[in-house]
Design a protein around this ligand. Sequence first.
Ligand SMILES: Nc1nc2c(ncn2[C@@H]2O[C@H](COP(=O)(O)OP(=O)(O)O)[C@@H](O)[C@H]2O)c(=O)[nH]1
Ligand SMILES: [Mg+2]
Length: 477
Amino acid sequence: MATGNVRYVRYIAIALFTLTLWYFVSHSKYDTIPIVDGKQASFPGGPGAPQVPGDSSGGSKPPAFPQGEGVTVGDVPKDETPLKDDTVPKGSNLPVDESQSEIPPPATSDLPKEDTEKAKGDETTKSDAAAEMPMPLTPNDPGWSNLQDIAPGPRMNATFVTLARNSDVWEIAESIRQVEDRFNRRYGYDWVFLNDQPFDDNFKKVTTSLVSGTTHYGLIPEEHWSFPEWIDQDKAKKVREDMKERKIIYGDSISYRHMCRFESGFFFRQPLMLNYEYYWRVEPSIKLFCDIHYDPFRVIAENKKKYSFVLSLYEYIDTIPTLWDSTKKFMANHPEHISDDNSMAFLSDDGGENYNKCHFWSNFEVGSLEWLRSKAYIDYFEALDRDGGFFYERWGDAPVHSIAAALLLKKEEIHFFDDIAYYHVPFTHCPTGEQKRLDLRCHCDPKENFDWKGYSCTSRYFELNGIDKPAGYEEQT
Ligand SMILES: Nc1nc2c(ncn2[C@@H]2O[C@H](COP(=O)(O)OP(=O)(O)O)[C@@H](O)[C@H]2O)c(=O)[nH]1
Ligand SMILES: [Mg+2]
């Protein structure tokens, strides 16, 4: 009998426990997902995030970033040159209040519209905005550890830019994902894609779904992707055959030559690019290994930098045997373009007589489009183009950009982004200091760092600029 009572008590206890558990589970909520206007979630793509009408991704696209008037910096307001070609504005179908209400606007967008109009291109307002919202550059700076929210502060008039074929879609998807995860998801910068063939729907769909900013797709005009009329076709063909026999990488490729010439002289002049003042070049299959806590575009703009790099190395001489001769001819013809405070010591060990083949690796660049569009740079490109080495040899855009930067710019206008840990086959830049790698949550193997190895030119850049190399660099030589 007593045993029976105990059993009943146990049943009642289990029933009570189950009811209590059910009550707590059904009434609990995640504190990190606030209820906003009866909707859950204030993070892009989260439960309850704005549904984009007609969006087959089920509303998983991030909402539009607050990058409108008044938050751009520079003399080329985005609206001045109409966007050409195919443009897919991020969240363009969203009702305005829905796309903007849940994202904190950057500092300057609080200004009334007429003030923001006035603010465009106004130096005082730009520097005020920068001063009010300084970037956290080190772990001790306020705001450093906040990598969740949309980044406060002004946005630069800047875009990512990628040259790609339709067949590069999955390799570029991988790169975009890295760039977005480590940086752009908090900034929403635009992305311009350029191609010598029309981009197909799949390329546009995949890339637009991954980029947090607005994507633009441009078709390169034939005159920027073909042989100029002064090129002797027979001579160019013989060169390709000879280079093929000598097994020079891409030596027999016509399209690679068009690509190098395009990246040297035309990408920054495409109609879509005219809307912007700064660019960040991204290639397929690259990796970013560390969090990027600040806006590299702002670093460039606020410090008046014009060009930047993360990796440097020696060029394969068989691809550029006469590039330096053409450069010396240009220097003699245009002494007015050569900077008094140049980086010749990066390029030459004998005061300019011979080229040491050092160059910045141009598959990563953050830089000034205004500089590339300057008379000095265009004169240099046109002088090289006339000499025909893009086709009679196989001049790469990396030595072309690098020689131009080293000769036409002041030393301090070239920046080394140590914090941007990067991989493009087969080289890696991984910050040397352990504390930095931990602070930036890097996942690169420091043993892979190329900076101080014998085939890198980065030591020269440090020495030329009087910058101390980081502690521990000797262990990575
Ligand atoms: N549209 C287009 N893009 C190209 C072509 N060839 C190369 N590219 C792009 O140009 C960039 C450099 O080419 P890549 O193959 O990475 O050269 P590598 O890094 O020097 O080995 C990449 O962004 C490619 O996607 C081409 O024929 N057409
Ligand atoms: Mg590449």
